[in-house]
Design a protein around this ligand. Structure first.
Ligand code: TRP
Length: 333
């Protein structure tokens, strides 16, 4: 039964083009989660403006992101897909929770420290209070689980602290969520700097989901490997991180084990292996790119998806917000 399923929610910032690391590490597995969970996925556009954005680009990326998620298998009939800024309760509860978040706690967040070092000319208050808004995003929907990458675990922790603090004063208002660390999911690293994770800030080592096949192939052909004699395709994360990364990618898109891959390329070297990985990735991404493009041409359909999502999500969010407003002592409107 629908309402017996555990609830799972996650937000994704439409702040960059989605890439192979996002897909193999997260999105690919999300499609399956809707079998077991009541899933909410939202485009965290309110969060993106903590860093300056080009307005038209932000709008385009938000829509493209929705289309890509659907193309990756998130069925809008089984998942609630919405845009954060369409639901005023996020900003409203975000404000309330800022008043239950301590200055000291926020000062200790690693993401704040990193981002304020990176954007030293724009250390705005939103960047600082970001975790309170994220706590609001989560607590509005009373989820059991929040799937996030390792870099966001600290934000789920502070959300739990805020929820517990609030509940301690007013009774059991919020469900205290758990981070959800998926069992499957490959950790994809940069093709030209295999000691760091694949990221849009290193574009030559990053394969974007909607990228042209010839560009994808070029990046794989130039992928960093090593100068091991005879170029053996062998899994050795420590000594051959570039090859290990390519093997992980190949394994994730073909389902082949490392042993099978080693056998397949025995005696052939990197010159044969690299384009084979490129080809397998191109074929995996082709239907995603084509379906994303098809959906983007049908704006009416995409609008119907995010409007239906906002309607479903908005009701739940409003219920939680009303409860909170009452608890803190606001006069009923
Ligand atoms: N902070 C997350 C990120 O940068 C995005 C996010 C915003 C989020 N609100 C959330 C993730 C709520 C999970 C739950 O990746």
């Amino acid at each position: 039964m629908e309402n017996e399923k555990k609830v799972l929610l996650s937000g994704i910032q439409p702040s960059g083009e989605l890439h192979l690391g996002n897909y193999l590490g997260a999105i690919k597995n999300w499609a399956d989660l809707s079998q077991d969970f009541d899933c909410y996925w939202f485009m965290a556009d309110l969060h993106t403006i903590t860093v300056r954005q080009v307005p038209a680009e932000l709008r385009r990326r938000t829509l493209t992101q929705i289309a890509t998620y659907i193309a990756c298998g998130l069925d809008p009939e089984r998942n609630t897909i919405f845009v954060q800024s369409h639901i005023p309760a996020h900003a409203q509860l975000g404000w309330v929770l800022q008043c239950y978040t301590m200055f000291g706690e926020l000062s200790r967040m690693t993401q704040f420290k990193d981002k304020s070092a990176k954007h030293a000319d724009n250390i705005n208050a939103g960047l600082f209070t970001y975790p309170s808004l994220m706590a609001a995003d989560i607590l509005l929907y009373q989820p059991d689980y929040v799937p996030v990458g390792a870099d966001q675990k600290q934000h789920v922790e502070i959300c739990r602290d805020i929820a517990n603090r609030f509940n301690g004063i007013y009774g059991e208002v919020f469900k205290v969520p758990e981070p959800y660390i998926p069992k499957a999911g490959a950790r994809v690293r940069s093709l030209n700097q295999p000691d760091t994770k694949m990221s849009k800030s290193l574009p030559e080592g990053c394969v974007f989901l909607l990228e042209k096949p010839e560009d994808i192939m070029r990046k794989f052909k130039r992928a960093v490997t090593d100068s091991d004699r005879e170029n053996p395709v062998r899994y050795d994360l420590e000594n051959k991180p570039g090859v290990a990364n390519l093997m992980q990618i190949y394994s994730a898109v073909t389902g082949k084990t490392f042993e099978t891959i080693e056998r397949e390329f025995a005696g052939q070297g990197y010159g044969a292996f690299k384009p084979a990985v490129g080809e397998a990735v191109i074929e995996t991404l082709r239907p995603i790119r084509e379906e994303t493009e098809r959906l983007l041409a049908d704006k009416g359909y995409l609008e119907s998806v995010y409007r239906a999502g906002a309607e479903r999500a908005g009701k739940i969010a409003w219920r939680t917000l009303s409860k909170v407003y009452k608890k803190v002592g606001f006069l009923a409107p």
